[in-house]
Design a protein around this ligand. Structure first.
Ligand code: GDP
Ligand code: MG
Length: 262
């Protein structure tokens, strides 16, 4: 591939900023660097935090494992199963770092919640592990919550958000809600679900918060590049403000409520 030599008559163009496509490719390369680090059933078994961590949470069967695998472009990084509720540990994946592309980060795949057919004691045990992680892990930087687009935010999802809502609204913890299995709805239905979930998150959205909602499909690849880009840019903001603007579609804070109804 030969490019024509620049004509001496033309003034040389200023150096082009990296294109949006290049930024997304870099983010996908970073996501693809994900490798299994360790698994733990209790908080004290986790390694000491050395870098920012992003926690992936969601109801059992919401599509969390599929989303992690798709983001990382690995077939079986996170365990995806037809038998929900089987992943009862915190699984840590390491990304980026030395000799790797992108920021050094851990992704923490937390146990799915809400699976009815699990013995109550076991359920309480590992849901405590999840709550402990969300409340106590000092390196926690962002939460990605997987929500089935057809169900929207369920009471259990809102309960989970309670663990982190204060820090989300203060802006010390970022939140991305991925509306999974978006391929199961029409574009129009998907956008309607998106608006409903955005409305459901207004309690945590403030001037300082960084909260986003996206449609996602592991099956059809919807939202995959955008999600990788958002996660990476949260950790490593792009130099160009234009790029940051192009990548971000944050949920705007609600106008002050006229009444306290609803
Ligand atoms: N149609 C569709 N099905 C999906 C998608 N992601 C996951 N699933 C299915 O949903 C079920 C649960 O997925 P899984 O990733 O194991 O969910 P997890 O329990 O939250 O980890 C599996 O049968 C997946 O094949 C998606 O994007 N589209
Ligand atoms: Mg899973």
């Amino acid at each position: 591939m030969e490019s024509p030599a620049p004509s001496p008559a033309q003034p040389s163009a200023p150096a082009a900023p990296p294109s949006a496509a290049a930024a997304q490719a870099a983010a996908l390369a970073w996501a693809h660097s994900a490798r299994f680090l360790t698994t733990a059933s209790q908080l004290h078994q986790l390694p000491a935090p050395v870098c920012p961590e992003i926690a992936f949470v969601g109801r059992s069967n919401a599509g969390k494992s599929s989303a992690i695998n798709t983001l990382a472009q690995h077939r079986r990084l996170a365990f995806s199963s037809r038998t929900p509720g089987r992943t009862q540990h915190i699984n840590l994946f390491e990304l980026g770092g030395e000799r790797q592309v992108g920021p050094h980060t851990l992704w923490a795949d937390l146990p799915g919640y809400g699976y009815a057919a699990v013995e109550r004691a076991a359920k309480l045990r590992w849901q405590k592990v999840m709550a402990d992680y969300l409340e106590q892990r000092p390196a926690l930087f962002a939460v990605v919550q997987m929500v089935d687009v057809r169900h929207g935010l369920t009471p259990l999802d809102l309960q989970l958000l309670q663990f982190v809502s204060k820090r989300v609204s203060l802006g010390s913890l970022k939140l991305l809600v991925l509306l999974t299995k978006a391929d199961k709805l029409s574009r129009q239905q998907g956008l309607k679900a998106l608006a409903q979930v955005q409305a459901g998150l207004q309690d945590v959205v403030t001037e300082r918060s960084d909260v986003a909602v996206s449609l996602f499909s592991a099956l059809k690849g919807i939202g995959v590049g955008d999600t990788a880009q958002r996660l990476m840019e949260w950790l490593q903001p792009p130099e160009s403000a234009d790029l940051a603007e192009a990548a971000a579609a944050p949920v705007p804070p609600a106008p002050p409520a006229a009444t306290d109804q609803g």
